[in-house]
Structures are given as C-alpha cells and as structure tokens.
Design a protein around this ligand. Structure first.
Ligand SMILES: [Zn+2]
Ligand SMILES: [Zn+2]
Ligand SMILES: [Zn+2]
Ligand SMILES: [Zn+2]
Ligand SMILES: [Zn+2]
Ligand SMILES: [Zn+2]
Length: 268
C-alpha cells in the first residue's frame, strides 16, 4: 500500500509531538493508524500488494485487515505476510499454526492458506514465534536431515535422547551419551546381558525384567527346562524325561513338548 495520504512518514517522536500540539485527538489517532499501517505495509514485499490489500480491507476501516483463520479484523501491524506466497494472516494465528505443526515433529511448516503449497521459513518467523518454539523447530529441522535408518533413541523414558548411527554396523549394546545407561539398540530396551537379541525378543513382556533375565541366564547354564504351561523352571537330576509339573502339566524334559501318546520322550 502506498502512503495514501501523501503525508510524510513520521517517527515516534514526531508523532507524540504532533499529538501534544493538536487539539483534535481523534484526527491524530486516525492519522497515527494510517501512518503506522503504511510503514508496516510498505515493508511487505509482494507482487501486487495493493489489490490484495484492498480486497481484504474491512469496509470503513482502511487500516484494518481480515485474518482468514480467526476471521478477526486486525490492525495492519498485527498481520504477518508469508514472503514466499504473500498470504497474510494475523501474527497470533501464524504463531499457533507454527507451534502446533512443530509439536507434531514436522519441520516443514506449510502456509495455512487453502491449497497453498508455500512453506514458512524459520528465520522469517523468529520475530513473532516464541523462542522455545523456534528452538524446537530448529531441532526438528535438524533431526529431519538425518536419514530415518540412522536414528535411534535411548529407551529410558526419562531420557529418550536421539542418537545417530552413521556407520554400517548394527549397534546392539550401547551406552547412552546423555544418561550413561546401557541399552540394546536392537531391542530398544535396557541392556539384556547374557541373553542375545533373538532370545530376548521371544520372551514375554513380563519376563524381561532384570531379575527374570538373571534366572533365564542361569537356567540356560544349568540346562533347566521350562514348563510350557506355567513357565516354571524345572530341574531334573535323574530319572526319565517325563515331567509332571506342579501345575499338573506333563511335558518332555528334553524338548519341552507336551507329553502325549505321540511324544513319549526324546532320547536323552
Ligand atoms: Zn488470525
Ligand atoms: Zn500461502
Ligand atoms: Zn539416555
Ligand atoms: Zn537386544
Ligand atoms: Zn507347569
Ligand atoms: Zn521331547
């Protein structure tokens, strides 16, 4: 928008000087608005800012514009122009839009305009978006540059740090550089010492605790068999392979199969 009144652009000092000198405060106030509006709008780059401006102007209030998101009539300086497409929305709405998008871990923030494919640039938004959102946005952008297969996360919920494996090697046992705890990057759990990943992944959720793993490891060493029914470990010292468990389930000690007419025990 051109400086329609053809008045010179006054700075704040000049305005306040005018204000204190003038008797008609209404006149000054409206002058103040249009002056400020021209200052802001003259900074907005655009292909055809004047026609855009006019079409959005609210009748009777030349310095006010309509925000298509909140349908609010906004003062010109409350509006934000997206440089790549010249769409204008109020700064509050852009701010909310950016926060929500970034919180969904998306680094690419599209223009909220209907069918508009333009994207918002982080640097353009620094002035209107809170600092913590800008920081989060930068983090998300940074993270999105790392190929998904190289990313993994510390499985301890109170840490969840993102880690990067840019080598070709498969990482299993890892120490988180942030919380210094050991974990398995393949199973995404705290480190399961003595049990390899394949075995670990076969275990039920309620058997994955540290104590359970210690028993599991011991059982493996001692060649204890497990009742397939109640999961109780059974140690056979002598006698035949036929086991009658405390839960009354009968199974073969050699292979763990149910004892039946077809399975009469494996050869020891
Ligand atoms: Zn708005
Ligand atoms: Zn747009
Ligand atoms: Zn950690
Ligand atoms: Zn593992
Ligand atoms: Zn049993
Ligand atoms: Zn058997």
């Amino acid at each position: 928008m051109a400086n329609e009144s053809n008045e010179p652009l006054f700075d704040d000092f000049c305005l306040s000087f005018l204000f204190s000198e003038a008797g008609d405060s209404n006149r000054i106030e409206s002058f103040d608005l249009s002056c400020e509006a021209s200052l802001i709008c003259s900074q907005n780059p655009g292909n055809d800012p004047i026609s855009e401006q006019v079409s959005k102007e609210v009748a009777g209030e030349s310095s006010r514009q309509l925000c298509d998101i909140c349908i609010g009539s906004k003062d010109c300086h409350e509006m934000f122009t997206i440089p790549s497409c010249n769409h204008q929305f109020c700064a509050d709405c852009i701010c909310k839009h950016v926060s929500i998008t970034v919180q969904e871990s998306a680094g690419v923030v599209n223009c909220p305009g209907l069918d508009c494919k333009a994207t918002l640039n982080i640097d353009d938004c620094r002035e209107i978006v809170p600092k913590d959102v800008v920081t989060m946005w930068a983090d998300v952008l940074c993270e999105s540059l790392i190929p998904p297969l190289q990313k993994f996360y510390c499985p301890y919920k109170d840490c969840s740090a993102m880690l990067v494996n840019d080598s070709d090697k498969i990482i299993k046992e890892s120490e988180c550089p942030y919380c210094w705890r050991l974990f398995c990057a393949q199973c995404n759990v705290s480190w399961h010492s003595g049990v390899d990943c394949e075995e670990f992944q076969k275990l039920n959720d309620n058997e994955r605790q540290r104590e359970d793993l210690m028993v599991y490891e011991l059982a493996k060493q001692k060649e204890w068999q497990r009742c397939p029914n109640c999961k109780f470990y059974v140690e056979k010292t002598e006698g035949c392979l036929h086991i009658s468990c405390r839960c009354s389930f009968e199974f073969c000690y050699a292979c763990g199969e149910k004892w039946s007419s077809t399975h009469g025990g494996c050869r020891p």
